[in-house]
Design a protein. Structure first.
Length: 214
């Protein structure tokens, strides 16, 4: 097989994988954590063994969906952080971007963060922490990098940026999870309250000289 044929086969496989993930997305939007491999295979018009061939099992499919949605969310968060506005406005915009994303697609959020809620039959044993924790760690590291690039935190800045990155993501996740379940206030009220909590040291930190600013 020559290089051209291999490239075309890879493109075809990538295209088919995207189509299957789009089918999975439709089922997750409908069923949330109850989304099953059987339902996803039916939505895609294939048998479950073919779905296994592409993803291995539900954990493999979950990982692929998680990457798809986390990539999109991280891109949106970066845009909010880099928007032409003052720092307080960008902090609020970043918090609002995360909360708006989970509010717009709560079934997807629950599938990614609470998958064990839907575990039945062959899908049982789908551990929440095993799969959701890497998503939160990735978001924490990404945010830490942004903070380190933009803020002059003085000695130990790399470690402090990582503490802040993971702390802010943990706060957003915990507060957002509680808010999505109970809706005790508006999204705008939650954003302002969380920004108030964060604001003290963020307001005091200077921008890095020659950096993109925060």
């Amino acid at each position: 097989m020559d290089t051209t044929q291999r490239t075309e086969q890879q493109r075809s496989a990538d295209r088919r994988r995207r189509e299957l993930l789009e089918a999975a997305d439709r089922v997750v939007l409908r069923d949330g954590p109850q989304a099953s491999m059987n339902a996803i295979a039916a939505e895609a018009g294939i048998t479950k063994p073919i779905l296994y061939r592409h993803f291995g099992d539900k954990s493999g499919l979950y990982a692929a969906l998680a990457k798809r949605h986390t990539d999109a969310l991280l891109n949106s968060l970066r845009e909010a952080l880099d928007a032409p506005a003052d720092r307080r406005e960008r902090v609020e915009a970043t918090l609002d971007t995360y909360l708006a994303a989970i509010e717009a697609r709560p079934q997807v959020y629950r599938f990614l963060m609470h998958p064990a809620e839907g575990g039945t039959g062959t899908d049982q044993g789908f551990d929440v922490g095993k799969h959701s924790a890497p998503l939160l760690r990735r978001m924490g590291e990404e945010l830490a990098q942004v903070i380190e690039e933009r803020l002059d935190l003085g000695p130990g800045s790399q470690q402090l940026a990582r503490v802040w990155g993971h702390g802010i993501v943990g706060m957003m996740h915990a507060a957002g999870d509680w808010w999505l379940g109970e809706r005790p206030c508006t999204r705008a009220q939650l954003v302002k309250s969380l920004a108030d909590l964060l604001w003290g040291r963020l307001a005091a930190a200077g921008d890095k000289v020659g950096g993109p600013g925060f």
